[in-house]
Design a protein around this ligand. Structure first.
Ligand SMILES: CC(C)(COP(=O)(O)OP(=O)(O)OC[C@H]1O[C@@H](n2cnc3c(N)ncnc32)[C@H](O)[C@@H]1OP(=O)(O)O)[C@@H](O)C(=O)NCCC(=O)NCCS
Length: 126
């Protein structure tokens, strides 16, 4: 295994609570993929963990959030045992793999929260 990138991010959940009070629908649509909304109660904690995971991914990629990857193109889903996984939407994955200069990549993620903070670390490998 060869590591291509490492990223970490911390989010203050209180900041997300404030955003949700002002602009709930737009913010949720900007941050979450539809697969992350399905059957979920979208709380500030839930969004903060996704937000930190996605920023951590963008740092592991080395681009930040922007042209190569948008928040709602990154899909963070938990397996039945609770372990989070990362998937990238098809169109965006092409851009991601081009940036990484590989045909295939693996993503590893770890997430934690302890109010008022949520944090995540992502490793990208080939
Ligand atoms: C890269 C990005 C994720 C940094 O996040 P941030 O919350 O601004 O800043 P953080 O405090 O978490 O991290 C800053 C650190 O990230 C690292 N960093 C900066 N650009 C980076 C990049 N392209 N790749 C990897 N790491 C990067 C640096 O170490 C930086 O600290 P330093 O400049 O003192 O060395 C950010 O630029 C970004 O793309 N944010 C998305 C912004 C956005 O759309 N916000 C709207 C929300 S509604």
């Amino acid at each position: 295994m060869s590591i291509l990138g490492l990223g970490t991010d911390i989010v203050n959940i209180k900041r997300i609570e404030k955003i949700l009070k002002k602009n709930k629908k737009n913010f949720i649509d900007k941050i979450l993929h539809s697969k992350e909304k399905k059957g979920k109660k979208i709380t500030a904690e839930y969004l903060s963990k996704k937000f930190s995971a996605k920023e951590a991914f963008s740092k592991a990629l080395g681009t930040g959030i922007g042209k190569v990857i948008q928040f709602n193109e990154i899909i963070i889903i938990n397996k039945s045992n609770g372990k989070p996984t990362i998937q990238i939407e098809k169109k965006a994955e092409k851009r991601v793999l081009k940036k990484l200069k590989v045909n295939k990549a693996k993503y590893f993620i770890s997430i934690s929260d302890d109010y008022p903070f949520a944090l995540a670390t992502v490793i990208i490998s080939k």
